[in-house]
Design a protein around this ligand. Sequence first.
Ligand code: ATP
Ligand code: MG
Length: 559
Amino acid sequence: MSNTTEGAGTGRPLNFLEEIIEGSIAKGETRVHTRFPPEPNGYLHIGHAKSICLNFGLARKYGGLCNLRFDDTNPVKEDVEYVDSIKEDITWLGFDWAGEYYASDYFGQLYQWAELLIVKGKAYVDDQSQEQIRQTRGTVTVPGIDSPWRNRTVEENLDLFRRMRAGEFADGEKVLRAKIDMAHPNMLMRDPIMYRIIHTNHHRTGNEWCIYPMYDYAHGESDSIEKITHSICTLEFDVHRPLYDWFIEELGIFPSKQYEFARLNLTYTIMSKRKLLQLVDNKYVNGWDDPRMPTIAALRRRGYTPESIRAFAEKVGVAKRDNIIDLGLLEFCVREDLNRRAERRMAVIDPVKVVITNYPKGKTEYIECVNNPEDESAGKREVPFSNIIYIEREDFMEEPPKKYFRLSPGKEVRLRYAYLIRCDEIIKDTDGKVIELRCTYDPESSGGSSSDGRKVKGVIHWVSAPHAVDIEARLYETLFTKENPDEVEEGKTFLDYINPDSLKIVTAKAEPSLAESAVGDKFQFERIGYFTKDKDSTADKPVFNRTVTLKDTWAKLNK
Ligand code: ATP
Ligand code: MG
């Protein structure tokens, strides 16, 4: 075990969880066993990725283990589709679980422990409806009212609980409650419900059970069964901690301990699975992996790399107070990663035709282009050039302002890796829209530099028209127009802040090599942004998702 005083070799100070662990290690408690406990009721999102990096990361750092445990105690909302996607996403993020567990595997043990608590006089069957229970719980300042069923005998409770299990009662007819204290200052300690009756099929246990344990009863006990040392969860569970400890103490089982950290919130992003499901079900997006979603599946499809998400989780750190992280930081991380490894290509998103009048008609020349200036080993490629090319519409201005260095009438611009061209003539349609630019090139300027040393500042990208392939470019913006879509004005819901322009689809002209790429390949379209080939691609039309533009909003603000 290394004696580390900094986190993950990053030079940063230890986070509070690392401090706790190193404190225990110093006292001789060297075993670190964490778990990641998703409920299989939706796809994992970037917030879960934070929790995954934290739980698996701590285990890795301290030579410990991390379990994957499906917290499948609510049969109504859970599904195997989600189980499969969760495993795929964790693996993709680069982590390996020590064991795959299901809270439902513990239903038998949990049931026995519930009987044990009944026998100890620490649990009772309540005939009140959940609504009555809620109403008699009191408030923060007013104590609750004891249930009329609170003082049933052990025998009666055991009998009723067994009959609950046997299916003699309908949903909602009875519950099992822990017998703690109806005047406890912590509302969660006022005789919390341990079991409720739900007659429905469970995705793993089928019809074996018709009573299901509540989160608070199942979670700590599952941790204990797996001998988890550090049960890390998000801040809103801090009020649950006394209950977590109470069950473990009353049962005298392995003392797992719960620690809370601030959940990840991102600007312009919704993170609740319930709301994400609403977006999917009501077709605001095209499924869980729609690249505008914050799910891991969507980020992957959008072109994010596991490395960029891990770097993001590391940069966000571990906080004890809720905060909201700038989406720009996530974009910064993927840009930094792709800058190092994405090969460059040329594609024109909004094309305008340029005819080079003094370049031989029908001639094709192959121009050598560098694949990645950040990585020499990526080599070079040859890109066809001819007398008709496309350039970006915004790289031409008829009446340019002073510091405009791109193409304008009578002025020269450099074509990336190719020649200098001068604009001689503008051709417009009847509406006045530019449809063609007639230019001349300087044959002596091969490679982009002039032979007489004259300075040409602007460099633009281009694609040879007869060789170009059409690609569908999907240009994404944030899904919400509001920085915090969870904070809604009166009478509105988060759905009122959906960005109508979150997806723009255009047909772009691209260099021919892009037709041969594979789904998932990542490129920097020079001067435009990072793109990845989407699974919707066909032989006739490759589809590319814009992962992120080249504009860095985050680094600028945080200099
Ligand atoms: P949601 O509110 O999105 O439905 P959840 O907490 O109900 O999320 P779970 O499947 O229960 O989803 O979460 C699994 C683990 O991931 C839990 O330990 C939870 O604390 C953690 N987690 C969920 N959301 C976030 C987040 N935004 N930031 C950090 N950790 C999170
Ligand atoms: Mg949950």
